[in-house]
Design a protein around this ligand. Structure first.
Ligand code: ZN
Length: 93
């Protein structure tokens, strides 16, 4: 299964672009509505995509973490667990 070129998150069309990144595996650029993913194996790209999707959801929902470090820590802990739950329960959605 290939990664999508765009995804719809709460009415926002988000582009997904593979790009060589130097300091991270992925990043969400709000002004471009684009998630950049560093090319690597598909499983790691999917995990990274879910991580970046959580950044998008937090941005859209205006949850408002005090610092980016707090947001990063929250997503860093939540993302792999959510990824595993979705992977283990394919009929969930
Ligand atoms: Zn992050």
């Amino acid at each position: 299964m290939r990664l999508p070129k765009t995804i719809n998150i709460l009415g926002h069309k988000i582009k997904i672009v593979r790009k060589q990144l130097r300091s991270c595996m992925g990043k969400f650029v709000t002004r471009q509505l684009t998630i950049y993913l560093h090319p690597c194996n598909t499983s790691l790209m999917r995990e990274t995509l879910l991580h970046e999707i959580l950044h998008v959801i937090i941005w859209i929902s205006r949850v408002g973490f005090t610092t980016l470090a707090d947001e990063e820590r929250f997503i860093h802990n939540l993302s792999p667990v959510l990824y595993q739950v979705l992977k283990d329960n394919k009929g969930l959605l």
